[in-house]
Design a protein around this ligand. Structure first.
Ligand code: OAD
Length: 249
């Protein structure tokens, strides 16, 4: 097996040679901030059954229960800070500007908190709320929520979290941009995702098919490892700065 330093150097060279770069992030990039991943030992899914909570049916059945779970997650996210992995991706955006994009499955908004501008949130954002009556959308940063379930300030209708639930389609406008990036990127970093939830699980395969180099960073092998040009196993918060700090402008 190749030395980690050598793998990181290969990743750095792929990035340097690429004009357009994508980073696909999952829960693993926020793990070092203290947000539990979905499927790890301490995973969010271990305490709660997602099929009970992250579906439109669950919300219809018991909006209060679903909102209590989101309120708990919002409190958790509000109490943590972005980590060195998020900061390294901000540095990459500073180096490459509009030629770099983050496609994230995370709803925690931590990429925005380090001021990355080019972020495609395919599963929505936990700080967004959407009215089930009038369709109005707002950002709501109240922690904890004063009223559960919260109501629309405009029409009094029931608000829902501005996230994508199981069984729902991904936002059309965001997906159109994602598809364009999957066509044009020359390198894709795949960071901290288990690669089992579609359609994000297929993004690396599509990018690879379009000749992009795939660089994976994860604690352990995933289905993406099979097609990755380089897989580096370790913490994103350590590996990303080690690679990105070496990149020449
Ligand atoms: P998962 O919890 O499925 O996977 C997290 C991945 O991060 C695992 O492969 C871990 O090995 C890896 N990981 C953990 N800590 C890490 C670290 N410090 N550095 C690098 N890697 C680390 O999370 P996602 O793949 O993001 O969807 O899950 C995808 C989607 O499933 C979520 O967006 C959510 C969930 O259902 C919806 O809510 C619609």
């Amino acid at each position: 097996m190749k030395e980690k330093k050598e793998l990181q150097n290969t990743a750095k060279e792929f990035i340097e040679k690429s004009e357009k770069i994508c980073a696909l992030t999952g829960a693993g990039i926020s793990a070092e901030s203290g947000i539990p991943t979905f499927r790890g030992k301490e995973g969010l899914w271990n305490k709660y059954d997602p099929t009970e909570l992250a579906t439109p049916q669950a919300f219809q059945r018991d909006p209060k229960l679903v909102w209590e779970w989101y309120n708990w997650r919002r409190e958790k996210i509000a109490s943590v800070y972005p980590n060195s992995g998020h900061l390294a991706l901000k540095k990459l955006e500073d180096l490459r500007g509009k030629d770099f994009v983050i496609i994230t499955q995370n709803v925690d908004g931590l990429h925005n908190r380090v001021c990355n501008k080019n972020v495609l949130e395919i599963h929505g954002n936990i700080w967004k709320v959407k009215c089930t009556e009038c369709g109005g959308e707002d950002f709501n940063y109240e922690v904890p929520l004063k009223e559960i379930p919260p109501r629309c300030p405009r029409c009094g209708g029931l608000l829902r979290p501005g996230v994508v639930w199981f069984g729902e389609s991904l936002p059309y406008d965001v997906m159109a941009e994602v598809e364009e990036w999957l066509r044009k990127c020359n390198a894709m970093l795949v960071i901290g995702t288990s690669g089992v939830v579609q359609p994000a699980a297929s993004f690396a395969f599509v990018a690879k098919h379009n000749d992009a180099k795939v660089i994976e960073i994860n604690l352990e092998p995933t289905p993406i490892s099979e097609i990755a040009d380089v897989s580096i196993f370790g913490k994103a918060g350590e590996i990303l700065p080690e690679i990105i700090d070496q990149i020449q402008d």
